[in-house]
Every structure is written in structure tokens, then in C-alpha cells.
Design a binder for this molecule. Sequence first.
Ligand code: ATP
Ligand code: MG
Length: 199
Amino acid sequence: MPDNSEQHSLRMVRKKSVVDAAIARADQDKGLLLVLTGNGKGKSSSAFGMVARTLGYGYKAGVAQFLKSRRDTGEERFLGDQPGVQWHVLGDGFTWDTQNLDADIATAKRGWDVAKALLSDDTLHLVVLDELTYLLNYGYLDADQVCRDLASRPPMQHVVITGRAAPDCLLEIADTVSEIRDVKHAYRAGVRAQPGIDL
Ligand code: ATP
Ligand code: MG
């Protein structure tokens, strides 16, 4: 049964005091580590939304895309050209061939060197490490070393890491973790990737 108007205002007053108290408690600033993981769609696009927010304040952002061979995504077309954005595609050399494991590891390490340069640049308000989790899960990069490099970044720099199956060590050091669940995806109904939505 719906609240009558008096019950409703009482409930709203109580809710407001809880919300106000929570807002008053959250009075710290810090560079955050966010992990966006899970099998559902929306990880990378959320990260690029934060790049747009960052640029909206006149701050700078760096993006490192691991495991991307296709370069014609809408986010790169638009954000890659914006002043204040450094955009690096670091996955071009992956072979997907276990015969070339050494080459893949070398590509991953070269990519991580670029990421480390972003993580030591304190003019960058935000760094996105897109699809990084795969390199950790395949063992191309040493997760402990990656976590140490993340920990030694400038204290006010935010970092967003995307990719399925984020390893536990990353979840432990992250400040914010979201797992996006795959409820339904149009691809399984035969719809190809749509520009502006999927790429
Ligand atoms: P997006 O870039 O759209 O935010 P994502 O980063 O969460 O997606 P990825 O695993 O990186 O997801 O995959 C990128 C591409 O694969 C996108 O075109 C996306 O629509 C598609 N995709 C993501 N999740 C699924 C899924 N569960 N089934 C089929 N296709 C998917
Ligand atoms: Mg993605």
C-alpha cells in the first residue's frame, strides 16, 4: 500500500539525514584506482566516458589500449584528436599464436613501458588502461610488478583498468570495482557491431 503523505515526508526526512551524513563523511580526495570487469558490455565505453568528463574540466588524460588490432573505433576517432589526450594503441603486435609466446610477451612489455610513462606523468589527471586484464591473466605481465607500478603513480592521478576476469590482486588494491553482468547482448541475436554503440 502506498505511504500517505505524512508517512512519505517522514521517510524522506530520515533518508535525507542518512544521505547528508554520508556526504559529510566522504570528505577526502585521492587518485582512485577503478576496475571495470565482468562479461557484460559497457567497460571500455564507461572508461572513455570518464575521459570525456576529465577533458570537460580542462584536465589531461592518457589512454593505453592493449589487445586492440582494429584502430577505427569511434572513441579513438573523437577522443584521440582532442587536445589534452595522449592515445596509445599497444596491442598491434599480438600474434594470438602460442608459437610466438615470446613475441607476445615482448609486445606486452613494450606496451607496459608506455603505460608506465603515463603512470609517472603527473600532468595526467586520468589514465585509462583498456583491456589490461588479459595481459595479466595470460601471464604476459607480472601482476605484482604491475600493482607496484600502479601504487607508485602520482597520488592524485586516477586510473581506470578495464577487461574481463580482473585478477584478485587488482581487485584488492582498487578503490572502486564494478562487475558488469552479461544479461543479454544483441550479437547473440545476429546483430553485428554497430558504429557508435559497439565501436
Ligand atoms: P564496450 O567497449 O562496448 O564498453 P566492453 O569493453 O565492456 O564493451 P569488451 O569485452 O571489451 O567489452 O568487448 C568489446 C566489444 O565486444 C564491443 O563491441 C561490445 O559490444 C562487444 N561485447 C561486449 N560484451 C559482449 C558480450 N557479452 N557478448 C557479445 N559481444 C560483447
Ligand atoms: Mg572493452
